[in-house]
Design a protein around this ligand. Sequence first.
Ligand code: NAP
Length: 379
Amino acid sequence: MGGKRRVLVVGGYGAVGHEVGRVLAADRDRLDLVVGGRDAAKAAAVAAELGVEHLRVDVDDRASVDAALAGIDLVVNCFIATREPSLAVPEAAATKGIAYVDVAGVPESFCERVLGLGDAAKASGATLVTALGLNPGLVGLLVAAQRAHFDALQSVDVYFVMGGRLGGLTARSMQGIADMVRAPARQWRDGAWQPPAPKSCGRKARPPFDRNVYFGPAMITTDLVGLPSALGLDAFRFWSGMERTLQGMAFLLGIRWGRADTPERAERFLRRLRWLGGKKSSDEIGLEVVAQGVRGAAPFERRVSFHCREELATALGAAFAVRQWLVDRLRSPGAFVPHQALDLGAFVDQLRQAPVGYEGSEAPLAAGGPAADLLAPRK
Ligand SMILES: NC(=O)c1ccc[n+]([C@@H]2O[C@H](COP(=O)([O-])OP(=O)(O)OC[C@H]3O[C@@H](n4cnc5c(N)ncnc54)[C@H](OP(=O)(O)O)[C@@H]3O)[C@@H](O)[C@H]2O)c1
């Protein structure tokens, strides 16, 4: 395909959309970027900063979405309302044969509905990738990428830490987090998703965090559901914690008491939590994946981690998908969760090059250590 391709970022002046634009600005020789949003003046201001075009689009209005998608080759959807999100953007993309990527985490039903557009996408030649934000999008990619390093990958623990200063978090993403916290958590063991056991774990988090963090089991979202059986895992646990215990407790209690139920309440609540977090806490999020299994007939462990601002982490996966699509390496038409659609090795290479403090280590596990039973016959 010759010439530059046109990429529209919907919600392009929001925290995540703006970051997607900043990252993709480096690819301007290969694509024409368009900042889209329902407020044309705000879209114009961000477009001017990035040196790109802008247009007005309201995702709640199908006619506005259809008009905005005219002449677009790929759309990055960076606005998914927490309550009753519109399906107009993925539906229009699936019908018109336009590639589509979104950063949805919650609500789950949105991702499932995007996956339900798979037949329409196949018919039109579009590739749709849903749930490609930080949590769980990058999580699934990083977990799936571990498989290539083991003869048999057996257990994976993911530790997600949110910095106490909650930098980059918006009232909108607070509402999404509230929905995630309220949803029942599950963990994979003995070949099935089950209620979590144990219910918590304390551990030292990796830099930039320098203290013990209390982790609780996190909700398992659509894109992770098929992962353990696809990878043949015995155990998969996704832990989530916040840098400061005092703030973490206030966060959890506040969510249970409905403090993030409306955008206004979420905004007030976020301000108070930031105040509680204090100046010494981090502005970043951190993610560590601990994978154990067998390599060369011996128990073996890999640890990979990265940390950066939340909005950059949320934007990275979508930007990576756009780059894969630019070189025609996004999977063939249909609707997919990230680990089904993207080249995992290329993703890790790109993460290593991004300004996210990526670290990886691997080592044999000591005989008699906590994973000594890895070589025992599997059930
Ligand atoms: N998976 C993850 O890890 C993760 C993490 C964070 C966020 N997210 C997702 O990212 C999305 C954006 O989060 P954010 O932090 O960037 O929020 P944000 O800063 O509030 O940005 C949302 C943007 O969408 C725009 N918007 C609102 N209603 C719209 C409509 N009807 N049509 C078109 N644009 C509209 C907003 O414009 P106005 O200023 O005009 O309202 C704003 O520019 C969230 O919806 C969430 O789904 C995912």
